[in-house]
Design a protein around this ligand. Sequence first.
Ligand code: XMP
Length: 326
Amino acid sequence: MQNDKRPENMKRINTPELAEEFIREQVEAIRAEVKDKKVLLALSGGVDSSVVAALLIKAIGKQLVCVHVNHGLMRKGESEQVIEVFGKNLDANLIYVDATDRFLSLLEGVSDPERKRKIIGGEFIKVFAEEAAKLQGISFLAQGTIYPDILESDGVKAHHNVGGLPKEMNFELVEPIKLLYKDEVRVVGEALGLPHDMVYRQPFPGPGLGVRCLGAITRDRLNALREADAILREEFDNSGLAGKVWQYFIAVPDMKSTGVKDGKRYEGWPAIIRAVNTTDAMTATIEEIPYPLLHLITKRITAEVNGINRVLLDLTPKPVGTIEWE
Ligand code: XMP
């Protein structure tokens, strides 16, 4: 559709008007390219794939088939939001696959971080390819490639993305936002009417909570992590930190300590808070979360989340600690 180099005179899309103009141009270009054929998209619910989905729905409606694979490692409410926004509000042709059991049984007993990532990435491709094989008459594959992905394709991020799809799938690619920077993708997403929290959400790794449920994943610890993470996000939203801090999450290690609850011994896992700021994710500094907020989060997590009996704060900048724990 376009080549891979951003023209030097291309304006930075930073107003709704410029976004509208981009959308008009892309809708026309997509229609001209796709005609009456069908397009397939792996829709994770992340910023990039969501914006591509909304753009394609605008251009070709039900000729776009979105497949959302829930690997069971999503944050609380994420798959539900995909169904709500795309399935209901935008009336998309959406296939929802709950593959939680497949992923969690493959991951059972696996504690090595690299193996975990490989299993999650490999299985994701398998599930998606299986869904694609069930469909008839797909000619194109849409992808949420953005400009930094092209610039950094040999760099750190290359091995990261679970969304990288099998080369043997013989589709032509549709990559309508591949010349855009992240901030532009967000402006375009808002102009397309996507919810603000979807368009401005913090980065989330492809393997999801899988790399934050440290060591060998178990369902009970994964659930505890998901609930604790939801509380952290809720309190960051309430206090206004959500719009200010680059990335914040909980990690739960595979170890227990002694505690006491309702007068009884209470063994539980610790929830580790990590909140960092960065511009390029290569280095990161620590957000200074106010103590009253830390106390509130601690009180809520230990009271509301089954299995957590301590809350810890990770004060390590990158380097030396990577942003994720695994
Ligand atoms: P690290 O842990 O390497 O993370 O300091 C840097 C940034 O990359 C994100 N990250 C990932 N993103 N797939 C992704 O799409 C992944 O497998 C992955 N692993 C880490 C991390 O959340 C941070 O923003």
